[in-house]
Write a protein that binds this ligand. Structure first.
Ligand code: ZN
Length: 345
């Protein structure tokens, strides 16, 4: 119950920050609710007024929100009156169960359709690849993939909102192609994976300039283009970038690596001399949430779980919680482990 209340409070704070960045008057009732709940969870502290709480949203939450409540989140929720990466991550992740259900329903319909067709394996792979490689599309681009599966474009893509257009242009993250909010102090797409790949910019005049290598990023007219829905970007496209990177590395090392085999029984299946190994790629911000997920894998299932290299520090925690058949690696460790299993030439 306490955990549920803590999550509810985080959701209220993130929603309040999003409302503050659009229209403060809409934020006030949410701030009042958040303030009341915070006082209930922390009765020994002084209650905050809605206005005081609004000011706190622009300061790091680790300075005013107890660790038991904020969990893995840190940093301010607002900067220069715009939502921060932390805030946007909270909005998505705290609504995860709702969003996940919607996505699962869509993707399950596709899987079922593919399992009934002799060419379903190829159609499904093309569909997954399409979503990963097309964060933004012209509607006609989807025809070849969506029509054979009888899919509705609006289940997966939506119009690009005004706040992602700056002077009539959109700026796509060079790593995942997601449109970025060019007005933010630090411009990025809210994905740790993309940040690690140096996708962080600053608006200078009418151009975005990369903060690490100074390269410019041009805006493009959006025309009638659509963007992938946020939940699909987070739970399909983002892990997909790790899945593709891993498959590419393993293929380079001479392995046969199959993405989403048997219409998605696993993310990646690698062929050794006399056996196969199923691999799942996970790009989760919270190692604790991932550990809980790993613990639920039945003992008899043989599975390698792979996380991005930049999350190497989470490996000891995750390994402690592994059931008998599960092993956890970073992307680089996984490639080295596969090489140990390779048949000698
Ligand atoms: Zn990105």
């Amino acid at each position: 119950m306490e955990k549920q209340n803590a999550e509810h409070l985080l959701r209220l704070l993130a929603n309040a920050a999003a409302l503050c960045s659009a229209d403060r008057t809409d934020a006030l009732p949410v701030l009042r609710q958040a303030s009341a709940l915070l006082w209930r969870l922390e009765p020994s502290a002084q209650p905050s007024s809605a206005i005081a709480l609004e000011e706190k949203l622009s300061t790091p939450i680790e300075g005013w929100l107890p660790d038991e409540i904020r969990g893995d989140y840190s940093g301010p929720l607002l900067t220069a009156n715009m939502t921060t990466q932390t805030c946007n991550e909270m909005i998505l992740e705290l609504n995860v169960s709702q969003l996940w259900e919607v996505i699962q329903a869509c993707v399950n319909r596709v899987k079922q359709a593919c399992r009934l067709r002799s060419d379903g394996e190829v159609l499904y792979r093309n569909f997954r690849l399409f979503l990963i490689e097309h964060a933004v599309i012209e509607p006609s681009q989807a025809r070849d993939v969506f029509v054979p599966l009888n899919l509705s474009l609006s289940d997966f893509y939506e119009p690009i909102p005004q706040h992602l257009k700056h002077n009539g242009l959109i700026y796509q993250c060079p790593v995942c192609r997601w449109p970025m909010n060019a007005l933010r102090h630090e411009v990025n797409c809210d994905s740790a994976w993309c940040r690690e790949k140096k996708s962080v910019f600053q608006l200078k005049g009418s151009q975005l300039i990369n903060r690490i290598n100074n390269s410019p990023l041009k805006g493009e007219p959006p025309k009638d283009r659509l963007m992938l829905k946020a939940a699909l970007w987070k739970f399909t496209l983002q892990p997909g970038l790790l899945e593709l990177a891993l498959a590419e590395r393993l293929t380079e090392k001479g392995f046969e690596a199959m993405l989403w085999p048997d219409v998605d029984r696993t993310d990646l299946r690698i062929q050794f001399a006399d056996t196969t190994q199923d691999i799942d790629a996970k790009v989760w911000v919270s190692p604790y949430e991932l550990a809980k997920h790993i613990e639920q894998i039945p003992n008899h299932v043989s599975r390698w779980i792979v996380i991005p290299d930049y999350q190497k520090q989470n490996i000891p925690l995750l390994r402690e919680r592994c059931p008998a058949g599960v092993r956890v690696f970073t992307q680089s460790q996984c490639v080295r482990e596969a090489q140990k299993h390779a048949a000698p030439f």
